[in-house]
Ligand binder design. Sequence first.
Ligand code: PGA
Length: 254
Amino acid sequence: MQKKIIAGNWKMNTTLESAILLASEIDSRLTDSHREVDNVTVILFPPFPFIPIVADVINADRISVGSQNIANQPKGAFTGEVSAEMIASIGVKYTIIGHSERRAFYGETNKILSQKIDLALENNLDVVFCCGEKLEERESGQYFEVIRNQLIETIFKLSSEKMQHIVIAYEPIWAIGTGKTATPEQAQEIHAFIRNLLKKNFGETIADTVSILYGGSCKPANAKELFSQSDIDGGLIGGASLKAEDFVQIIESY
Ligand code: PGA
């Protein structure tokens, strides 16, 4: 059975003060929630400098924290980079790798992403690995091929044992931050496709345990319908994770 996961990707937003406020409000709203949300793993991905302070203000039994990125080198003369080992050393358990903004704005290729994945796993970080197609790739009907390649050149090179530490996030680029959500049917179609690839490459057990999250303009108004699809195991939430009320409502949609 796949874990249900709702993750908040704060991207390059918040300040020290607003990060503390946001994390505390999410924590207290979840504590007060009348809904049964214990079956959902909640992960916050704040900007690097706020990770320890966010970890301090939340209840670790209810919420985990992760990093939005890690370096593709283990250590040394790489000014400005943050290594997997550093992240692990502050008690963090998750990292996002391969977000489309990293691929598009920072030139992260599948080769670079594979290096990051290996370093994350060596340092016992679970990876939320993002994939997804551009608008023109969807419109030209190439999207299955694009997603398959993104997976084959990265996480599908891992052993089955390592795959147990991977969460996949399907994020169609045309839906990220645009207000345009994939319809539940469009999302389900890709999630089922990914699930089948998992089955073909790793077998039934891995296909049944790897969570596949949807990301792209997910909000309280559409979360329930998206999460009710059989192969959608949760969401990676950007904009709506910056409002405690919306984020907790999304968690409560389960
Ligand atoms: P969005 O971002 O929810 O603001 O569309 C999702 C993401 O990029 O992870």
